[in-house]
Design a protein around this ligand. Structure first.
Ligand code: SAM
Length: 347
C-alpha cells in the first residue's frame, strides 16, 4: 500500500534550496536580466563599440554621460551570459558568445524595449474584459529599429537581388518602420523614388528623420496612414513596386487580409509586383529546437490579440485576392520568415 504522505509527483517532491538556487531555473531567471542587458547595451551603443573595438571600459569611463553603476550592471549581466568578459582591473572584452549575441541583437531589442511591457502586464491583458480599446503599449521606435536590424542581413539581400534583376521606378513601402528599406533602395537605384506609409507616429518620425539625414527628402516621402484603408492617391499613382516587410500579419484575419490585398491593387493601379516578407506562425509545440524570436513573436501577437497566419493561409489569401505568388524564398533570419514575390493575377 502506498504511503499517503510520500511525494507522488515532481511537484510534491520536497526540494532542497540548492535544487533551484543554482542550475536551470536560476539560469532562466538570470537569462531574463541578461536579455534586458543586451537590449540596453544595444541602445546605448555598447554592443557596436565592442563589435568595432573589441573592448569597452567597466563603468562609465568611456561614457561620462552614463551612470557608472548602471553600465556596470549591464556589463555584469552580459559577463554572466558570456557575451563579454570583465577582466580584473582591465577593460571589458568581447566574450565567447559575443558574435552570436551581436547577430541576434535586433531580436532582443525588439522583444525587450519594443514589446517588453506586454509580458509584464500579461495577467491583466489575459482578462477578456480588459481587452478593449488601447489595452497595451509598445515602443514603436524600438520595434522599428529592432525590425530594421532583424532584416538587415538576409531580407535586405533578397531585396537587393530581386530589385537588381528588375530595377524599380517608384517603390511604396507599407509599414515602412525606420524607412531604411526605401533609403537602401534609393541608394542602389539612383533613378528610383519612394513613398513610405506607416500608422505609428514614432515610425513616421524616425523614417522622416532618417530620410532627411540621408539627403533623400526630394526622392522619398513618408506618410502617416493605415495600410488597411488605403485609397488611390497621386503619390501612389505611378508606383510600380510595392514592398511590405514584417507587417503583413497586420492584414489578418483572413477576410481582412483578402480585402486589403485586393484594395492594394486599386490603390496602386500601376503596381507590377508586391514583394511581401513576413514571419509565419509555427504549428508545432516549442521544444529544444525552437528558434530565437519564435516564442517572443508569437507570444507578443497573442497578447495583443493579433492573428498570425500560417504559410498555407497566406497562399490561400493570395489566390483569392488576385495576386499570383511567383516565388517564395524561406529565410533563416528571421526564422520562419518567407519572402513572397507576387504579381497581379491576369484579369
Ligand atoms: C515590425 S515593424 C516593421 C517595420 C519595417 N517594415 C521593417 O521592415 O523594418 C511593423 C511596422 O508596421 C507598422 N504598421 C502596423 N500596422 C499598420 C497599418 N495598419 N498601417 C500602417 N502601418 C502599420 C508599424 O507601425 C510598424 O512600424
Amino acid at each position: 500500500m502506498s504511503n499517503p504522505h510520500e511525494a507522488s509527483s515532481p511537484h510534491e517532491r520536497v526540494l532542497a534550496p540548492a535544487d533551484w538556487t543554482t542550475g536551470p531555473v536560476a539560469d532562466l531567471y538570470s537569462s531574463y536580466v541578461a536579455a534586458a542587458a543586451l537590449s540596453a547595451a544595444q541602445e546605448l551603443g555598447l554592443l557596436d563599440e565592442l563589435a568595432e573595438q573589441g573592448k569597452t571600459s567597466y563603468g562609465n569611463g568611456d561614457h561620462p554621460d552614463l551612470d557608472d553603476g548602471v553600465v556596470r550592471t549591464i556589463l555584469r549581466a552580459l559577463h554572466w551570459a558570456g557575451v563579454v568578459v570583465i577582466e580584473e582591473d582591465g577593460p571589458v572584452l568581447t566574450g565567447p558568445r559575443f558574435a552570436e549575441a551581436y547577430a541576434a541583437r535586433g531580436y532582443f531589442y525588439w522583444l525587450v524595449k519594443g514589446c517588453g511591457e506586454l509580458f509584464s502586464i500579461a495577467p491583466q491583458v489575459a482578462k477578456t474584459e480588459n481587452r478593449v480599446g488601447d489595452f497595451y503599449r509598445r515602443d514603436m521606435r524600438a520595434v522599428a529599429i529592432g525590425s530594421r536590424i532583424i532584416g538587415e542581413e538576409e531580407v535586405e539581400r533578397l531585396f537587393d537581388q530581386v530589385l537588381a534583376d528588375r530595377p524599380p521606378r517608384k517603390v511604396a513601402d507599407l509599414g515602412c518602420g525606420s524607412g531604411q528599406r526605401l533609403i537602401r533602395i534609393a541608394g542602389n537605384h539612383p533613378e528610383a523614388s519612394g513613398v513610405g506609409v506607416d500608422i505609428a507616429r514614432a515610425s513616421v518620425q524616425l523614417a522622416s528623420e532618417s530620410v532627411a539625414d540621408a539627403g533623400l527628402a526630394d526622392r522619398i516621402t513618408i506618410h502617416r496612414g493605415n495600410v488597411l484603408e488605403l485609397d488611390p492617391s497621386p503619390a501612389f499613382a505611378d508606383v510600380d513596386t510595392i514592398t511590405c516587410v514584417f507587417m503583413g500579419h497586420d492584414f489578418w484575419p483572413y477576410d481582412s487580409c483578402v480585402a486589403t490585398l485586393r484594395a492594394l491593387r486599386a490603390a496602386f493601379p500601376r503596381a507590377e509586383r508586391l514583394l511581401l516578407c513576413d514571419v509565419v506562425r509555427t504549428t508545432e509545440l516549442p521544444g529544444p529546437d525552437t528558434t530565437v524570436f519564435t516564442l517572443g513573436f508569437e507570444g507578443v501577437h497573442a497578447l495583443m490579440g493579433d492573428y498570425l497566419p500560417t504559410l498555407d493561409e497566406w497562399r490561400q489569401a493570395f489566390t483569392e485576392s488576385g495576386w499570383e505568388c511567383r516565388t517564395i524564398h524561406p529565410t533563416v533570419t528571421p526564422p520562419n520568415g518567407h519572402f513572397f514575390e507576387l504579381v497581379p493575377s491576369a484579369g
